[in-house]
Write a protein that binds this ligand. Structure first.
Ligand code: SF4
Length: 338
């Protein structure tokens, strides 16, 4: 990394660090003053588009502003750890190291690393492709630890668990979060193993965020994921909310549930439940147990695409459309993009 880039990065870290510290005292009063502080600490032409976008959110007090206020409702320790690990370590410090390694080794360095602690799961959803890999594959704690240790040497501080059901291994998952307290961990999970003890663990380690699978309301959700699952997920969301813990929703849309999951009622339900983000994936028929009829048609995919973009204009939730948002991150993040 060039010296000027290093200096710019260091100045930006200082500005963001001071800004976040300032916001902790009284976010409602201090958010409007934040841009003034950032303007004072950094030259005008740095990150102009991002600063203008942020200024617009603050001035119009729109739905993104509401989302920011929701973040300030979270447990303070969890929020501060998220800012440190996600913004400072993963985005700023991490990307500087990644660029250095990338130049030196002439290869892409991933911004986030996905890992499956296990292929085992406590559920049996119809058409689950994870089950194709069997349910007995496990990474040992030492292997998980080695992946994160090696990743940090490359500058990667963001880790995403998939599976199987990662929380089948919740003891090891929490131990990993505890050991690598400078990283942020996000886990896709069916949510059924989130209980009071696990919430206490999350409050202790502060760097674990679940993305709970939900595929619509009770009928649509339970028809693929099993009777009673919707109620269990609702209970998990209520528990997380009561502890002021952050979480999001991961939703797989099919030809059967696409209408449910991109309805205003579904958005409002997950926002009310406390979700801060929602991640959309469309069903992919993979393996011998695949159910090709569940694959959404091109028209259904187009409908979901447009509705997600519409709700982005008004709903206080960060919605990501996995198959259709490549334009915002420059393509596949595995190729070293952000
Ligand atoms: S919860 Fe996830 S991993 Fe488990 S069976 Fe359902 S889709 Fe597959």
């Amino acid at each position: 990394m060039r010296i000027t880039e290093k200096a710019k990065n260091a100045a930006l870290q200082t500005a963001i660090g001071q800004g976040l510290h300032y916001l902790e005292k009284d976010p409602e009063t201090n958010i409007p003053k934040l841009m003034h502080l950032i303007d004072k600490l950094t030259p005008d032409d740095w990150y102009r588009a991002q600063r203008d976008a942020f200024r617009n959110v603050i001035e119009s007090k729109n739905h993104w502003y509401d989302l920011i206020l929701k973040v300030y409702d979270l447990d303070a320790g969890v929020r501060q750890t998220f800012f440190q690990n996600f913004i400072m370590n993963a985005a700023l410090l991490g990307s500087a190291t990644q660029e250095e390694v990338s130049e030196r080794e002439d290869c892409n360095v991933p911004w986030a690393i996905l890992l499956d602690p296990t292929s085992a799961c406590n559920m049996h959803c119809i058409g689950c492709w994870a089950a194709e890999y069997g349910n007995r594959l496990n990474l040992t704690f030492d292997e998980l630890d080695s992946i994160v240790t090696q990743g940090k040497a490359l500058g990667t501080h963001m880790y995403i668990f998939t599976g199987g059901e990662p929380l089948v291994r919740k003891k090891d998952v929490i131990a990993l979060c505890e050991k690598h307290s400078d990283c942020e961990f996000l886990s896709f999970t069916n949510g059924t193993l989130i209980d009071e003890a696990f919430c206490q663990d999350m409050l202790r380690v502060k760097n674990f965020v679940p993305a709970i699978s939900l595929e619509g309301f009770a009928e649509a959700n339970d028809s693929r994921r099993g009777e009673g699952t919707f109620e269990k997920v609702k209970a998990a969301m209520a528990l997380l909310k009561s502890h002021k813990l952050p979480f999001g929703i991961s939703t797989c849309y099919t030809s059967k549930n696409y209408n449910d999951i991109c309805s205003e009622a579904f958005y409002d339900m997950i926002i009310e439940a406390g979700a801060l983000f929602v991640w959309f994936f469309h069903y992919m028929p993979v393996g011998s147990g695949a159910v090709p009829e569940l694959l959404p048609t091109p028209e259904q995919r187009a409908e979901v695409y447009h509705r997600i973009r519409n709700f982005r204009q008004s709903k206080p939730i960060f919605a990501m459309d996995f198959q259709n948002d490549g334009q915002y991150v420059g393509g596949c993040i595995a190729g070293g993009r952000r």
